[in-house]
Design a protein around this ligand. Structure first.
Ligand code: GLV
Ligand code: GLV
Length: 326
């Protein structure tokens, strides 16, 4: 009998085909609407493999009800939406899609950084709204990117890809990470500093660390107060790393200059969220890795991890490697 899998959203056809060759595939085939949690729960009870999105919360209760589940393949590099400990306890493999999205995510990070620094969305609205009456010397002036200091929090593969772009902009590169990255220091001229020093010296503070208990609320009132008044916060990691109400206060009180956010505590961000009322906040709908080519590749990588696990192999991108020794 072929293993059965459930895919929680419409994914690129090429990945569906890969899976159909070896599995009984069921797919929630709506592109824009997440699978209702009751349906997800029902599917998880019986399938051998779950192919899910970062927007699906896969919790302990769900996994406890699972009778055959061997693998959860997440279509993302981050996997904070899955209770990893509960999965490991049940011997369920969890996989992610690292590596293939580094450059696309770094491109988006830099786009957001530049759009925020030079007020691109605001300037575009200014033209469309008929507010452009004359050229004026200080009209819509922003912050320099070239030659500025960038502080990268989380120097993983995406952080390094951002640093390579920063180098091309002649930026002074600071970073903070759990461990020193000697290679990045040598190749990119990045300097390891404490979080305090990074916050105090950076013109751009860029969050790229994984979301864990350690990085939850990493940037709150105290940290925002350590930043320069001309500085810009860029979050392309996970919303929960920034205290949003403290960020709102810091922006209103001009403790920092602007923020560019691709991620939020609650996604989709509610339309009445106070941050959306501020002109110096540039917002995006969690599109870090969203290039056509990258998303197709990610969907194939997630399919391949799923098939490896179901064929009794160790998947290339196994997250909870501790289960191998059990
Ligand atoms: C996107 O946020 C990802 O984790 O891949
Ligand atoms: C992602 O792959 C990272 O290590 O930052």
């Amino acid at each position: 009998m072929k293993p059965s899998i459930f895919i929680t959203r419409k994914i690129p056809e090429i990945a569906v085909q890969m899976l159909r060759e070896q599995c009984e595939v069921e797919m929630w085939d709506k592109e824009d609407i997440p699978v209702p949690v009751e349906i997800l729960r029902e599917k998880v009870k019986t399938v051998d493999g779950l192919y899910c999105m970062l927007s699906d919360s896969i919790n302990k209760e769900m996994m406890e009800e699972a009778q055959n589940l061997k693998v959860i393949s997440n279509l993302a590099v981050g996997y904070n939406n899955i209770d990893i400990q509960a999965a490991s306890e049940k011997g369920i493999m969890v996989t992610n899609t690292p590596g293939v999205l580094n450059e696309a995510t770094a491109d988006l990070t830099f786009s957001l950084l530049m759009a925020t620094a030079r007020r691109i969305p605001e300037a575009s609205d200014f033209v469309r709204n008929g507010e452009w009456k004359s050229w004026s010397p200080m009209l819509l002036t922003g912050q320099d990117v070239f030659g500025a200091t960038i502080g990268i929090i989380g120097m993983g593969r995406i952080g390094e890809a951002v640093a390579r772009r920063a180098k091309g902009f002649n930026m002074n590169i600071l970073y903070h990470n759990r461990s020193r990255k000697e290679q990045a220091e040598k190749e990119l001229g990045a300097t390891y500093v404490s979080l305090e020093e990074l916050l105090a010296k950076s013109d751009f503070v860029v969050l790229l660390a994984p979301f864990t208990e350690e990085t939850k609320n990493l940037i709150a009132k105290k940290e925002l107060e350590q930043m320069k008044e001309t500085s810009i916060l860029i979050n392309v990691a996970r919303g929960g790393m920034v205290n949003e109400s403290d960020l709102y206060d810091a922006l209103v009180q001009k403790k920092i200059w602007a923020a560019g956010l691709d991620v939020f505590e609650q996604e989709p961000v509610p339309l009445d969220h106070p941050l959306l009322t501020l002109p110096n906040v540039v917002v995006l709908p969690h599109i870090g890795s969203a290039s056509i080519k990258t998303r197709i590749t990610m969907s194939e990588v997630a399919a391949s991890n799923m098939l490896q696990a179901l064929n009794g192999q160790v998947p290339s991108d196994l997250v909870n490697t501790n289960i191998l020794t059990r």
